[in-house]
Design a protein around this ligand. Structure first.
Ligand SMILES: Nc1ncnc2c1ncn2[C@@H]1O[C@H](COP(=O)(O)OP(=O)(O)O)[C@@H](O)[C@H]1O
Ligand SMILES: [Mg+2]
Length: 230
């Protein structure tokens, strides 16, 4: 765990995001320094837009976002090293023909020995050793998401942003990915419709129609969302 909350501060200051001449995220300001942050809200409420602001995939039309003291707009390469992003569909993330090559790609630039050692230990850690050199296309949906997550975690990011990482998975695999995300050592921003999983985070943030409408104890924010949904 990161020892000092100031080292894991996510700061969103007066941010608006416009698309096609209208705001999709309105005047958002918040400071978050909890270890595990759940992001919840209806479809189209702005969750993915918020998640993508944190690694620069989306740029604010107005305002400023900083992560761990780094300005996301200005310090792009430092942000890329520090922030790992897990997508809903692991296919978006698996770039190489086999799991071993995909994990190795995440470590490009390191020594051959270090890569070989880290790749085999991460494959073993996630029960993927048997599939190391199999075509990634032969992996099950659960194994693919496991590989996508492993290829993010192998870089030891300081912040993991996961946008509905369990939505496409069956119950067993969803649990496994959820448990792994909560147990890994980096700060976590987890967008999810799994309200049980959201409740296990420290803090919840609730979006509604492009606005951040609640921040607080995850369980309380989940309760509020449940009440909103009637
Ligand atoms: N690139 C885009 N162009 C136009 N509208 C967009 C774009 N991205 C998102 N939106 C709109 O912004 C709103 C919020 O989207 P999003 O952040 O993806 O919501 P969520 O992840 O909560 O479902 C939605 O109405 C969506 O249609
Ligand atoms: Mg989304």
């Amino acid at each position: 765990m990161l020892p000092d909350t100031s080292l894991r501060r996510i700061s969103v200051d007066g941010v608006r995001v416009d698309r096609d001449g209208r705001a999709i995220l309105f005047d958002m300001s918040v400071e978050l320094d909890s270890a595990r942050i759940a992001v919840i809200g209806a479809n189209g409420s702005g969750k993915s837009t918020f998640a993508r602001l944190l690694n620069g995939l989306v740029e604010p039309t107005a305002g400023r976002v900083s992560v761990h003291g780094l300005d996301v707009a200005r310090e792009r390469s430092a942000i890329r090293r520090r922030v790992g992003f897990v997508f809903t569909d692991p296919q978006a993330q698996i770039l190489m023909p086999t799991p071993a090559e995909d994990l190795a790609l995440s470590l490009r630039g390191r020594s051959r020995e270090e890569i070989a050692e880290r790749v085999s230990s991460v494959l073993a850690e996630h029960g993927l050793t048997e599939t190391a050199d199999a075509p990634a296309s032969a992996l099950s949906g659960g194994q693919r998401q496991l590989l996508a997550l492993a290829s993010v975690l192998i870089t030891e990011p300081a912040l993991v942003v996961a946008d509905e990482p369990t939505t496409l998975l069956d119950l067993r695999n969803a649990r496994r990915i959820g448990d792994l995300l909560l147990a890994q050592p980096a700060q976590l921003v987890l967008v999810t419709h799994d309200l049980e999983l959201a409740s296990r985070c420290d803090i919840g943030v609730l979006f509604d129609e492009g606005r951040l409408i609640a921040v607080g104890e995850a369980r309380d924010v989940v309760s509020r969302y449940r009440r909103m949904c009637g």
